[in-house]
Design a protein around this ligand. Structure first.
Ligand code: SAH
Length: 352
């Protein structure tokens, strides 16, 4: 599929004409990664953040948000819950929090790996190469770092660097792969200033980067951030925000271009379409769901965007809903860690 084909599908809004795209993505998904859905327990370990990203409610200047950081014991408890729930992976996500010390987290990763069979995924933002290496050495398996948009000018507008540095998430994705992590990238869909054209570039970049995991979700405006969507008539090539349909198109195209990648039906899709967001994602290319296992008093404060799906549900309730939805689609729930088949293919192809 070329840029022009991707653009054609991204601009297609007619439900009848979109059917062949959904069918093709679902077929590619079944052929390459099968019917089993992998469950990853999402643990939001801290909402402290030093950055000023224009889109994110955790941004440092948002003084209205009470901040928390989970203790090592709380995190270990949640990992045991993940095991009891049958999840194969724990995903530890946070704002960019310098209070998450490098040796502290390395020790915690070692403890989790010693006490449980879980795969450990980190999603902690842009950390120095030495931190990423230390955590990999301690046993971390995967790292998620969305590049948000491949439009460099737009990226710089919405994602100011740490003072005196340049933010280059694509370079970090290369570092992660070199360190032996399963590397995950992704974008938001409908950022003010993002065009269909650059969104098609993003999808092609997923393939070029040969990512093992790709997370995509609608951009959802947060009232305590400066990135409000333009109130007047937007540019005709502007991608709409908060759209489950747009997110599904990107999911489907991503599955077709990256058949072996692990692709979650994300919480953001479930947030903009509470009734059927997760199901639509699973039927249009996704093979992963990340049910939240964060204790509810913390989850309610992890407000990257407003009214996050599941922020008012307990981990038990989320587990029950997610299982019911997967089984109702005739899909199965995977057991085990759900390692990336894409990475296995790459390792098998590498010269020895
Ligand atoms: N601090 C980490 C984890 C951030 S939260 C990091 O920066 O990588 C994970 C993802 O949530 C971000 O990468 C971004 O794509 C998404 N996100 C943040 N704000 C959002 C918003 N307002 N709407 C939709 N997605 C958002």
């Amino acid at each position: 599929m070329q840029h022009a084909d991707i653009l054609h599908w991204l601009r297609q809004h007619d439900p009848e004409r979109l059917r062949p795209l959904w069918r093709r993505a679902d077929r590619v998904r079944r052929t390459h990664v099968g019917d089993a859905v992998h469950l990853r327990g999402l643990l939001e370990i801290s909402n402290h953040c030093t950055r000023r990203c224009a889109y994110c409610g955790l941004r440092a200047p948002n003084r209205s948000l009470p901040r928390y950081r989970m203790t090592a014991d709380e995190i270990l408890d949640a990992c045991h819950t993940a095991v009891a729930f049958g999840y194969g992976t724990v995903v530890m996500q946070a704002g960019e929090d310098d209070g998450i010390g490098t040796p502290w987290l390395a020790d915690l990763i070692r403890e989790i790996k010693a006490a449980t069979p879980l795969a450990v995924t980190l999603s902690l933002g842009e950390r120095p190469d030495a931190d990423l290496a230390a955590w990999r050495h301690a046993g971390a398996d995967r790292y998620l770092l969305r590049f948000e948009t491949s439009d460099r000018a737009l990226y710089e507008r919405i994602h100011p660097p740490r003072p005196g540095t340049r933010s280059d998430r694509i370079a970090i994705l290369h570092t992660l792969a070199r360190l032996g992590y399963e590397a995950g990238g992704g974008v938001m869909i409908g950022i003010p200033g993002q065009t269909y054209h650059t969104l098609a570039d993003d999808i092609l970049l997923f393939r070029t980067l040969d990512l093992d995991m790709i997370g995509v979700g609608p951009y959802i405006p947060h009232p305590h951030t400066p990135l409000a969507p333009q109130a007047d008539t937007p540019h005709p090539d502007q991608v709409p925000h908060s759209s489950a349909l747009m997110a599904c198109k990107v999911l489907a195209l991503t599955r077709i271009l990256c058949p072996l990648t692990n692709l979650p039906s994300t919480t953001a899709v479930a947030t903009v379409d509470g009734a059927q967001g997760h199901e639509l994602g699973l039927q249009r290319g996704a093979n992963v769901i990340m049910p939240n296992i964060t204790p509810i008093q913390y989850s309610a404060l992890y407000q990257i965007y407003p009214s996050k799906a599941s922020s008012r549900e307990t981990a038990e309730q989320t587990r029950a809903t997610v299982r019911r939805r997967i089984l109702a689609l005739g899909r199965t729930i995977a057991t085990g860690r759900g390692d990336s088949l894409n990475r296995l293919r790459r390792l098998a192809a590498a010269p020895t």
